[in-house]
Design a protein around this ligand. Sequence first.
Ligand code: SAM
Length: 296
Amino acid sequence: MSVQTVDFTAPGEVTVGDHTFVYAVPPPSSNQFGTPPVFKSRVLIEQLDELLREVEPRRIVEFGIFRGGSISLSAAIAQPEKLVAFDLSDNELPVLRAHLEQAGLADVVRPFLGVDQGDQVVVEILNREFGTEPLDLVIDDASHIFGPTRRTLEMVFPLLREGGMYVIEDWAAEHTLLATVLRSIVDRSTEWKAHAEAIAGNLDGIDDELAGLMRGPNPSETDVQRAARRVGAVNVDRPLSRLALELVHLSAETADIVRSVEITQGWIKITRGAGVIDGTAWFERGSIDLFESLRS
Ligand SMILES: C[S@@+](CC[C@H](N)C(=O)[O-])C[C@H]1O[C@@H](n2cnc3c(N)ncnc32)[C@H](O)[C@@H]1O
C-alpha cells in the first residue's frame, strides 16, 4: 500500500484516510473521534509525514507510546507491514486497542507495555517480531534521557537496513526545559500550568506521586526541581545533546556505519551505512573523549 495523504483539517486536528487525530503538546486525554491523542506539535507531525514519504518504511519501531497517538498516526500514513512499539508504562490503553481493531490494524501495530527502552528484552522482542528482516525506520520518543536513549541506539541501530533511518526526538528538551519551562513554573508565568502538565505526563507510570504534585495547584520549587531531575531535565553532566555530538564524531570516524547525522530543532536523524556492526561496542568509537585521551 502507498503512503496516505495527511490533511490538517482544523486547528489541532489531522486527518489521514477515514481517521482524524487530535494533537497538542500535551494533548487532551479524550476526543470525539475515538482516536488516541498525538503528543506532538504540527511542525513535528509535518516532519514525520515528510520522513514517512521519503523512507516508505515497511518495518517500523517506535519507543514512547504515551496514549498511542503517534504509532496510530505513523501506521495510518505509512501503511507498514508491521510497527512494533514500546513504553515503560504498563497502563492499559483501551482507546488505542479499540482504534486499532476498528482500523483493521490490530495485527500490524504491536504495542509492548511495561518495557524499558534500554532493556535487552527489546532486542529479543524485535528478533521475535521481525525475524531476520532488517528495520526501515526507528523513532525514539521515549525517555529523552541520555543513558537509556544511548543504550537503545547501541542495541537497535544495528538492526536497520542500509539507508534506514533512526530518529531521536526532542533531543533539545533539556535545554528548552531549563531555559524556559522550569523558570515559567517557578515564576508562575502565563504558560506554567501547561508546562507542569507536560512534565507530569512524562512522570506518569514512573513516579505517580510526583506527577500528582506537578498537576496540583501549587507545585513548590523543590517539587519542580525533583520532577525535572526525575525526567532527566537537569542531567547537567550528560544532557541528550551530548549524544548528538557523539554521533557527529562517529560519522566522522565510521561513515560506513553512520552515513549521516542531520540535526534539527526537534530531531537527530541518523542514516545507517552499509558497514557491518559487531556487538554493541561500535558506538564507543564516537566517544567525545577521543581527543581528550590523545592530549593526555
Ligand atoms: C512524549 S511521550 C510519547 C509520545 C508519543 N510518541 C506521541 O507522539 O503521542 C513519552 C513516553 O515515553 C515513555 N517512557 C519514558 N521513559 C521510558 C523508558 N525508559 N522506556 C520506555 N518508555 C519510556 C513514557 O511513559 C511516555 O509514554
